[in-house]
Each structure stands twice: as structure tokens, then as C-alpha cells.
Design a binder for this molecule. Structure first.
Ligand code: NDP
Length: 286
């Protein structure tokens, strides 16, 4: 068994990215600029946003977090997005999800200009990805793809994706299909999940259920990517982050596995930053 070390891979890709950013700055006299909009005080979102900002600055990307009250009206949030869309210095905009219940997330995401939609969640960007003509690929799916690409050729592999969310499972299924994998997209209503799982060369778990995937669901030498982030309390009463895969149970049976933490998480941030540079480049050349 080998570990797909997302942290190591992200570090090495970030070094290359740093050079590309320097080159961009030299060529255009401009620093790529990422704006993150955070609504409310969700603790997990706060951690994710701070990590993104810290990494952006480390790598040479300018970054600002716009913090808004959870009482903000949908209309005022849309106005904030409009002003970021029309601010020529801003290259990429991310609205941290989830949003408070009184706000329609789809409307908000669709308001981000597709030229600045760094998460690629805008319905036009998702549509283009589904059609095999991507402009921006969502960061977590792109991170999973880059991890797989670093160890194997996806062509004609049977891939099972557990979870069909709009932010992970569905865009990942389009991306891997575009790369000639044969993809099964499973969800909570899927029948015979275990038999689907047992015939898969690659399993990507993104369901948000701690330690869900066990070794008797996995064929020998399969490749496993674990997207899940779940907080559990261990035997000592301490909070701990685990994935959707029961790592200890599964790891001896598989050929490659990504850990949690230190797997998909750092790759997601890397892709956010590389998408920011791509958007900045496209805005300069279009
Ligand atoms: P969602 O809750 O939006 O979607 C979960 C999906 O899993 C749904 O499609 C659901 O099916 C499916 N599902 C739930 N239970 C089962 C089951 N028993 N069998 C099969 N399918 C099931 O989750 P997200 O996609 O937002 O996130 C998934 C996980 O990934 C979470 O742990 C999240 O924290 C993590 N995550 C990690 C990121 C990273 O950077 N590492 C980034 C984004 C997410 P149905 O549609 O039928 O309800």
C-alpha cells in the first residue's frame, strides 16, 4: 500500500505555482487577487477561509476576506457580489458555503461572473464542464483528479464516486468522464452499493459519514480517495478529524489511499490558488 500524500503533492505543485505567479507579476505588473466572501460565524467556514487566505498570501496571491453578518439580506449580498464583479482589480471571487437559510445559494453563486467564479460552481461553469468544455473546474474535484493523475492513467478505469453533491460528486463525475474513466455516481438511494464498490478500480468517497467504507467493500489493490471531513470524539474524549473511509481497516488491502487529514484538503486549496492564477491570466489575454 502507498499513501497518496496530498500535503506533499500540494507543496510541490505550490512551488511551481509560486514561480508562475512571479512570472505573471513580472509580465503584467499585477498581483492575482482573490476575494473570499464569508457570511456569518460558522466555525468550520472560519477555519477554511483563514487557511485559504494564509496559503494565498504565502504563495504570492493577494487576498481579502469580506466578512458579512449572518443577518445580511440576500439583496445586499448580491450587491456585494456585483461590486466585486465590476472591480477590475479582482480576479477571482469565492463565496464560502454554506450560507444562512434565508439566502438562496444558487442565486448567489450564479451572480458571480463566470470569468471570476474560482470555485466553478456557477451553473454556466458546471454546464461547460459537463459538456467537456471546462472554463473553471471546481477545486475539490480538480484536487482529486490531480491526485489520481499523479499515480495512474484514468483511461478505462472503473470509478465509483460515493456522493452526488453539486460541489464534489457531480462535477467530479463530469471531470473523470471527460478523462475517459467509466464513472458510476452513487448516492443514498443507490441499490447494491457493495457490489458496485467491489468491482471498482477506484473509489472516491464524498458522503460525510465517518469511517463508512470498510475493507469488505473494497477489491484488492483498489485506489481510494477520501474526500470526507468528519469530526468524531475518540476514546480519550478528544475531537478528531476522520474521513469517510475506515483507513485502518482498509489500508492493507488497497494499492493507494489518501489520508484524512493531509489528503484532499491541501489539494483543494492548491486548486483554488491555481484557478485564481488561471482566471487572472485569462482576464489579461481575452
Ligand atoms: P453533501 O452532504 O452535500 O452530499 C453527500 C452525498 O452523499 C449525497 O449525495 C448523499 O446522497 C450521499 N450519501 C449520504 N449517505 C450515503 C450512503 N450511506 N451511501 C451512499 N451515498 C450517501 O456532502 P458534500 O459533497 O458537501 O461533502 C461530502 C464530504 O466531503 C463531507 O464530509 C465534507 O465535509 C467533505 N468535503 C471535503 C472537502 C475537502 O476539501 N476535503 C471539500 C468539500 C467537502 P443523496 O444525494 O441521496 O442525499
Amino acid at each position: 500500500m502507498k499513501i497518496i500524500d496530498g500535503k506533499l503533492l500540494a507543496n510541490s505543485l505550490n512551488q511551481e505555482l509560486r514561480k508562475k505567479i512571479l512570472f505573471f507579476k513580472d509580465k503584467y505588473g499585477k498581483t492575482p487577487y482573490l476575494v473570499v466572501i464569508l457570511v456569518g460565524n460558522n466555525q468550520a467556514s472560519e477555519v477554511y477561509v483563514n487557511n485559504k487566505k494564509k496559503k494565498a498570501i504565502e504563495i504570492g496571491i493577494k487576498s481579502k476576506v469580506i466578512r458579512l453578518s449572518d443577518k445580511i439580506t440576500e439583496d445586499n449580498l448580491l450587491k456585494t457580489i456585483d461590486s466585486c464583479n465590476s472591480d477590475n482589480s479582482i480576479d477571482s471571487i469565492l463565496v464560502q458555503l454554506p450560507l444562512p437559510n434565508h439566502i438562496n445559494s444558487n442565486k448567489v453563486i450564479d451572480r458571480i461572473s463566470i470569468e471570476k467564479d474560482v470555485d466553478g460552481f456557477n451553473s454556466k461553469n458546471i454546464g461547460l464542464l459537463a459538456m467537456g468544455r471546462p472554463k473553471v473546474v471546481p477545486c475539490t474535484p480538480l484536487g482529486c483528479y490531480k491526485m489520481l493523475e499523479s499515480i495512474l492513467n484514468l483511461e478505462s478505469k472503473n470509478v465509483l464516486i460515493l456522493g452526488r453533491s453539486n460541489i464534489v460528486g457531480k462535477p467530479l463525475s463530469y471531470l473523470l468522464t471527460n478523462k475517459n474513466a467509466t464513472v458510476t455516481l452513487a448516492h443514498s438511494k443507490t441499490n447494491n452499493l457493495k457490489s458496485l464498490s467491489l468491482r471498482s478500480d477506484i473509489i472516491i468517497a464524498a458522503i460525510g459519514k465517518a469511517n463508512f467504507l470498510k475493507k469488505d467493500w473494497v477489491k484488492k489493490n483498489a485506489v481510494i480517495i477520501d474526500v470526507g471531513i468528519n469530526v468524531v470524539v475518540n476514546e480519550k474524549g478528544l475531537r478528531k478529524i476522520v474521513g469517510d473511509v475506515d483507513y485502518k481497516d482498509v489500508y492493507k488491502k488497497v494499492s493507494f489511499i489518501s489520508p484524512v487529514p493531509g489528503g484532499v484538503g491541501p489539494m483543494t486549496i492548491h486548486c483554488l490558488l491555481s484557478n485564481t492564477l488561471s482566471l487572472a491570466q485569462k482576464r489579461k489575454t481575452s
